[in-house]
Design a protein around this ligand. Structure first.
Ligand code: 48F
Length: 261
């Protein structure tokens, strides 16, 4: 076979733009491709929802690849072990209730399950803003404003593009970037004690893990928080390289949104 470079180019261009066009009206848009976002994408796509995940970096996986301090193992607790097992990641029990997984295998397994289930993943794409509408006196997020990450990194003055969604999930981790933009630009009140972003506290793994799941919820009409972003939004603690809360949070947000759709 003689390879025609134009066919290679055409195949990529047509597939990409067809995928992008299909994502102009989503059931769920996920911002951030760390463990919570990937798990939510997997579970929502598996339930037959039209879901896309937008990740700023070249690779999805967020803070999961590097384990603790680049020592590439993670720990998950008993309650979340079944999620990684279902994803196809092997684990060993280090001490009763503490399960060890290779962090590269765990991240790759989640990414594989999300894409295999039919979630559309857009890496190298940053969410820079949201679409806000007022309907019957209530403001609601109805979509995302996205731009190419290289455009963002080079600080080029290039306008973004826009897509609509019924629900958006804030999975940007410690920085809570999408929610911060929503509050800063629009002065809206969130469903938190102060009405704003409470901010993350220092290390307390036990409480933080439980709170990651407890705080996973709709924080503003159309916007849900999951993963570390849920803790930062509701003022809870960080937890370091134990990842069960992230996985359970992804499952919870998927189940609750699924019940609404
Ligand atoms: O930080 P991250 O892994 O979030 P997570 O799912 O998991 C947290 C853990 O990794 C770890 C932890 C658990 O022990 O504390 O930190 O809550 O992934 C967040 C992803 O969001 C991307 C970012 O590149 C990262 O991969 N991201 C952040 N802002 C944007 C974004 C944005 N504006 N647009 C697109 N992606």
């Amino acid at each position: 076979m003689i390879i025609d470079e134009r066919i290679v180019t055409e195949a990529i261009a047509s597939a990409y733009f067809e995928k992008f066009k299909q994502c102009l009206d989503l059931d769920v848009a996920i911002v951030g491709g760390g463990p919570s976002g990937l798990t939510a994408a997997w579970k929502l796509a598996e339930a037959g929802r039209k879901v896309a995940l937008f990740e700023r970096k070249l690779s999805v996986g967020g803070g999961m690849w590097g384990g603790g301090m680049t020592w590439n193992y993670i720990v998950v607790q008993e309650e979340a072990k079944g999620i990684l097992e279902e994803a196809g990641c092997a684990m060993s029990e280090y001490k009763p209730g503490y399960f060890l997984a290779d962090s590269v295998a765990a991240t790759a397994a989640l990414a594989y399950r999300a894409t295999k289930a039919g979630a559309h993943v857009f890496n190298c794409m940053s969410v820079e803003d949201v679409v806000l509408r007022e309907i019957d006196g209530e403001k609601r997020v109805m979509g995302l404003v996205v731009n190419s990450s290289p455009v963002e990194m080079a600080r080029l003055h290039v306008d973004p593009l826009v897509l609509h969604c019924k629900h958006a999930i804030e999975c940007t981790g410690h920085d809570v970037e999408m929610l911060k933009t929503l509050v800063r630009k629009n002065g809206v009140k969130l469903n938190t004690p102060s009405g704003g972003i409470e901010g993350e506290q220092s290390m307390w793994a036990d409480v933080a893990e439980a709170n990651t799941v407890r705080h996973t919820r709709e924080v503003f009409p159309g916007v849900w928080v999951a993963g570390m972003a849920a803790n930062a939004t509701y003022g809870s603690y960080r937890m370091g390289p134990i990842f069960g809360g992230m996985l359970l949070s992804g499952v919870k947000v998927a189940e609750e949104i699924n019940a609404r759709l």
